[in-house]
Design a protein around this ligand. Sequence first.
Ligand code: ZN
Length: 138
Amino acid sequence: MIETKTLSFRTRSGTDIIDITKEVSEAIGKSKIKSGIVSVFVTGSTASISTVEYEPNLINDIKRALEKIAPERGDYEHHKTWGDDNGSAHVRATLMKPGISVPFENRKLLLGTWQNIIILDFDTKPREREIILTIIGE
Ligand code: ZN
């Protein structure tokens, strides 16, 4: 069986990292499907989905690491294409990927104790983000 649900989240500009574990867990809790896999996918090319131990110092470490790999004020070819200013956001989003899949059993996500599901929004302006949950199982 397959079920599709959409969640939406408001994000701020820059690298905004939001814990969405509660919302995904609630969606799985209300699902008709008891056990399987949930694909968590963000639409758009300047945001990503991942997991992390959600504590403020580590969130800063991740921001700092990404700033070294694709600096926000760097020089990007993409800026010549559309006059955009978000080359860094696109590079970060591709490296971090748009989605993950998480197994669940008896309507409970099989995450580690300190493992939270996050959206990383890298865009240079606030956005309304759509997260597509595709729940597959029986
Ligand atoms: Zn762009």
